[in-house]
Design a protein around this ligand. Structure first.
Ligand code: HSE
Length: 341
């Protein structure tokens, strides 16, 4: 499978490491041979039909960007190169931008128009244009996968789809942002100041390139929008979500909750006609009251009650596993459909 990788941040680099470490296992278990034929970052784009080794791309990145790689066709404009790339799957690991969804929005559209299946971990384009992008992909029989946009390494979208197969999910509530959960846990357990806890979360690679998206609740808003569209059948955008972040919370407020058997958590909620993100005090024994960078989501269904899933919600390698899961499901779908990948 020929991969075009756009974005060489925490997730893009982790993906390359995972591919290198699991190459033979992917072949043995899924018949999946992965070849990265195109890579792009802020320095530009490179293309080599025979493929790049993950190590040479990671090395080039350390020296200033993918265009530092030797013996490759280099382009300043990532879109020109994408035209030539002849890849089977585009992996979009660009930073989330909720103003206009770029560059993710244009990259995804370009890939769809060029007949590439798409895996994205970038949330902005989906939070703004998910119904339109899905329709565009469906019309052209392109697979558009986005497991890594919600829950990091935890397969929350797959779980939700299972929950709604013979049932109906009516409400979704959960902790969907690792950075803020890490900050709140460090504040409640160690009495840390907000700023110090945020600096730690950034160092650990949990925060967005722009961490205000995390602390103002906008990252959670992207995720609850994606979940509401995918699981509740809404046609929502991030602008439909009422959002309050944790940036105005004091350590006293967090501590007061802890003293009364509660936990202060940033909760995303989606129900009938309601989309909301806000800090709430929940029972410390509630399964949603997870700690550090964990995420937890509860799906309330019509017939089978509530189902909760929790797991590692942020981090480069965790999110890269979601990308690999999507690539595997594309491989399996295309193989079953009789197409060679
Ligand atoms: N910044 C995000 C978080 C990364 O902290 O949850 C995962 O989407």
């Amino acid at each position: 499978m020929r991969i075009a990788l756009v974005g060489m941040g925490v997730v893009g680099q982790s993906l390359l490491k995972l591919i290198a470490e699991n190459r033979s296992e992917l072949v043995a278990r899924y018949g999946l041979g992965v070849r990265v034929v195109y890579a792009a970052d802020r320095s530009g784009a490179v293309h080599r039909a025979t493929g790049f080794s993950p190590d040479e791309l990671l090395e080039a990145k350390k020296r200033g960007g993918v265009t530092k790689v030797a013996d490759a066709k280099a382009f300043n404009n990532i879109f020109d190169a994408l035209e030539d790339a002849e890849a089977d799957v585009l992996v979009d690991a660009t930073p989330t931008n909720i103003v206009d969804g770029e560059p993710s929005y244009s990259i995804i559209r370009k890939a769809i128009l060029n007949g590439m299946d798409v895996v994205t971990v970038s949330k902005g384009a989906l939070a703004l244009y998910m119904p339109a992008l899905k329709e565009m992909a469906n019309r052209r029989r392109i697979l558009l996968k986005f497991s890594g946009t919600v829950g990091g390494g935890m397969p929350v979208l797959a779980f939700a789809r299972e929950c709604s197969k013979a049932d109906r999910v009516e409400q979704i509530e959960g902790i969907l942002n690792g950075t803020t959960n890490y900050i709140l846990t460090r504040m409640e357990e160690e009495g840390l100041e907000f700023k110090q806890a945020l600096a730690e979360a950034q160092l650990l690679g949990y925060a967005e390139a722009d961490p205000t998206l995390d602390i103002k609740g906008l990252d959670t808003a992207c995720k609850i929008t994606i979940l509401a569209n995918e699981v509740l059948g809404m046609k929502a955008t991030i602008n439909d979500v009422k959002v309050t972040g944790i940036d105005t919370l004091s350590s006293q407020e967090v501590n007061r909750a802890r003293m009364t058997g509660k936990a202060m958590r940033l909760i995303g909620y989606a129900g009938k006609d309601v989309l909301e993100v806000s800090p709430r005090e929940i029972d410390a024994k509630d399964p949603l009251a997870v700690k550090m960078a964990m995420n937890a989501v509860r799906f309330k269904t019509t017939y089978s009650g509530s189902h909760v899933i929790s797991g590692k919600g942020a981090g480069g390698v965790e999110t890269a596993t979601a990308v690999i899961r999507d690539i595997i499901s594309i491989k399996m779908y295309r193989s079953e459909a009789g197409e060679k990948v």
